[in-house]
Design a protein around this ligand. Structure first.
Ligand code: FE
Length: 179
């Protein structure tokens, strides 16, 4: 008589016992799947840690703090505030085209300002309730990097002012200051 049914049964029982032990330890309700869940959560943490280390190497400290930690650069200090180059502004994290010089205008607010994004999918917006204010945060449409905020006091026809940190932009065009 073959012993396979016995071996398979014993193997299944072992999986259930180990799974139940893991369930008790983690407090979850899935006796077997939680083992895999724990492993993938741990793996995710490790991946996020590695991605963060890579970003710290790739970005300047200010670019990292602005795009990843949602800090705001000091007004009137950013390299693109008074910049008039013709071309595209891309995300320093992922290279996604965010804005073009055609939509850039001088709002006097201290940060580069645009009346519209380059494309409908260039940026995404989400509600920001930090600093006891309700604002609309603008993030990269591709990687989610923090860029700045959008306000409804811009020029027509959009009436919008995308107030964007220079540190969240890389210029990819003709630099009039380039030698
Ligand atoms: Fe991006």
């Amino acid at each position: 008589m073959t012993k396979w049914p016995l071996i398979i049964g014993a193997g299944f029982a072992a999986v259930v016992v180990i799974g139940t032990a893991a369930q008790i330890r983690s407090g979850t309700t899935c006796p077997i799947l939680c083992m895999f869940k724990e492993k993938s959560a741990g793996q995710m943490t490790e991946n996020t840690k590695n991605e963060n280390e890579e970003l710290k190497k790739k970005l300047t400290p200010l670019q990292y703090r602005v795009t990843q930690l949602k800090e705001t650069e000091t007004p009137f200090t950013g390299k693109y505030y008074k910049f008039n180059g013709k071309g595209e502004y891309v995300c320093p994290v992922c290279g996604n085209v965010l804005f073009t010089s055609d939509a850039k205008f001088d709002s006097g607010c201290g940060w580069p300002s645009f009346s519209s994004p380059a494309d409908i999918n260039s940026v995404r917006e989400q509600t920001d309730t930090s600093r006891s204010m309700i604002r609309t945060e603008v993030i990269c449409g591709k990687c989610g990097a923090h860029l700045g905020h959008v306000f409804d006091d811009g020029p027509q026809p959009t009436g919008l002012r995308y107030c964007i940190n220079s540190a969240a932009l890389d210029f990819a065009g003709q630099d009039p200051n380039a030698k």
